[in-house]
Design a protein around this ligand. Sequence first.
Ligand code: SF4
Length: 297
Amino acid sequence: MKSKSEILSRIELRQSTLKDWLFCPRMFHLKHIEGIAPNWRNPAALHGTVLHRIIELMHEGHWDLNFDFVYSEIFRLVENETDTPVFWKTDREHELEKLKANALEMIEGYKANYANRECRVILGEAKFRVKVAGYWFTGTIDQLRENADGTIELIDFKTNKQRPTLAFLQNDWQLNLYSYALKYGIVEYKGTYQKLNLLPTYSSWYFLRSHEIRKRKTVNGDVGEQKSEPLIRTQKGIDDLRAFRKDLENMLKVMLKDWVFPNTISCGMCGYVNSCMNRQELKPEILTEAKALLEAV
Ligand code: SF4
């Protein structure tokens, strides 16, 4: 059994570590504590990374690039960042073209959204460090912007298929950690780490798939229209941050123990399925076979 300090020495407490634990504690154990690489990467995750980089580029003033070309180039770079293969269900080129077509639709919608053009980006892909419940956490904030009406908005860009409910967003760990870091942590700002001591007016998800164009008429809209409003906003006060700290403290008590339970709901999208299913010691037929071999010696 590994002690809490041994586990802490093996893992890095980041927003992605929390995300992995919530996805599946067993996957968190294999990846972060045992240091095992996944068998494959999901193209959707790479697609999200590419879109994040393109949004950053746009806010650096490059609104009119050839995004067809840029998407392919950045995807290629992200794909080659590690040796872990990407899991293409069919043919790479065909699937990549579909992803790119989807990305271009979202990029066009993002560009056409006046609020994105007229805001002032204060932080873009900014690193942070913050101590929560006695533990240091690190991570990267997607964006902090000042809107044209003077409001300050923390934004987490999402390419998920499913639009979340407001209740989900109020309790979203990542968004809460970013809000906590802006208030109590230090953030990379103008080349150095600084304490901003800031409580944004809004803490929001920018749901990029809202920019997809309707191909069919439904009760929610007509053909050719954008699917929905991309910003889903919450407002977080000091009490919300205190509640988050308490929740995180409780979650860490479980996370830093050397026992895990599988969250089989996530198995379909998991790159650890081979390592995970190799729990031969748990299979009774293997035990019987081993016992028979020992008896024959
Ligand atoms: S295969 Fe399923 S149970 Fe195993 S690590 Fe992945 S998500 Fe968890």
